[in-house]
Structures are given as structure tokens and as C-alpha cells.
Design a protein around this ligand. Sequence first.
Ligand SMILES: [Fe+2]
Length: 296
Amino acid sequence: MDKDKIKNYFWKNGYVVLRNIYNEEQIQRYRKFIKRNIEELVGEGQKSWKDIEIKENKDVLSYPELRDSILNKKLLDGIKSIFDDEDFYYWGYSSFRYNEKSYRSTHNDVKNDSENPFKTHYPLLRIGIYLQDHKNFSNGLKVFRESRHSFKYGRTLLKKIIKEKELRYLFPQRTKPINVDTMPGDVVIWNLRTCHSGNALRLKYLKNISLQPWAENFLQKYFPSIFLTTEKERAVIFSTFGKMGTPLKNFIKDNINHPEIFNSIKNSNFLEQNIVSESEKLGLKILDIEKIKNDI
Ligand SMILES: [Fe+2]
């Protein structure tokens, strides 16, 4: 996909897939590292994910084995075109998962979003590097195409809609769930306002039909055999990026208030000079949130 296509597809649909960003060696290296690292941290299944996130995990750039998953020119060029070729930032909010069984629910990832989502672009996005086949198997990402906010109206949004006399926004959005068909080596990028759900299930006989998460939860409980299984243990790398401005500052403010997120950022070493300069050479700006903490 060329630059304009990536940008237009992303802002229209709320997500975009970049294909073949990583080669076979990288895919295997990431899988192996994530598996080993998570098994070491979790031990014999003694600790919960929450403990790991609070005490031990670091950001993705802190691990040399995973660093080139983010510091990848094709990926960063794609993100840059989404952000109108302007500077964009990384502040250490990234992680990896192995075999995590997250609860399926329709949600979005914004924090302290105070603008009208129907009228403004939210300048934060997340990438998901799913390291197994989700075209022919389950457990990939489900996105609600063209969704602009979560189906639950927050108080801020309701007030805004009423104040701006834009009552038409009170009608439900017409959005369509899609089970994203990523293959190993692909990256899915979604806007933080886009509704989505994890561990999506794919039907065996109607592979391209995407169900609502509540229906997946229900059907899996009573008719599990109608769904395809997972190809391999689900290994994923996530990272968040944003353009500078009030939405980014509001988001970081929320990160600071959550110890499980803020501690992992503080434990990381992505602020080391060699990592910062390598990132900046590729067009990725690194933000030290300790330094801006008092201004936000
Ligand atoms: Fe999410």
C-alpha cells in the first residue's frame, strides 16, 4: 500500500493492516523470546499478569531481541503517513503477551478523551504484531469498522453532543465487526477510538462472518466446536504512539495514574542514548514522561 492509501484507509475505517513487515527470522525470534520471557516471569503459573506488569515488565525497546519490531523503517514510515508526516512520539507504553486469555468485550482504548469523536481526529494509535495466522484460525483482533467511540456514552461526550446540538450522534453508529485477517509478519494499526475486541473467534464454515463479542462468549460456552482453533499459542507485541497535543497529554496523565503502566515505563531503559538516537534516525521521537510530568 502506498502512503496515501495507508492514511486514507486508516482514517476512514479506523484501522489498517500493513503486510509483510517482518521476515521469518524476526517472527521466530520474537515468538521464541516472548515465550521464554513470559514463562520465566510467570514461573510455574504462580503469578498473575497484574503482578508481572506492576513489578517486572519493561517496554519492548528495552529488550534487544524485540527492539527491531518497533524500530522498523516500513512500519514507522506507515505510521508517519497516518500522522500527516508530522513528528510522533513513543513514551514506553508497549508490551508483549503470550497465550493471554483476555475477556472478549467491545471497547476502545482512549483515556480522558474530551473532544467530540465525530468531529475530531484522535491522534493516538496502537499497533498489534500478531505472530501467528489469524486468517485461517481464531484469536486475532476484531475491529468495528468506522466506529468513532465506544458504544457506551461517557458523560463528557453526552454533554458535548447536547451542547453542540448534534443530537443525531445519539443514534447508534452503523459499524460492522471485522475479524482482521493478519498473517505472521503483518501489523494491524488501529485508532484508539476504534472499538475492538481481543481473541476473536472465527467460525469453521462461514470463515468471513464476524460475530459480536457477546455472541462469541455465549456460543463458545455451549457450542465450542463451531469455531476454528488457534494456530499456535498467541504471541503478540503491542505499542502505542501519538502526535503531540492535548489528547496525548491527557492519555499520559492517565498512564501516570496507573502504577501497573507507569512502573513498567519507569523500569525500562528506552531512554538510553543509543536507543534514542537509533529511533530518531528512523523518524520516531522518544518522550521522557518524567520530564513532562509536571506540565500535564
Ligand atoms: Fe483494547
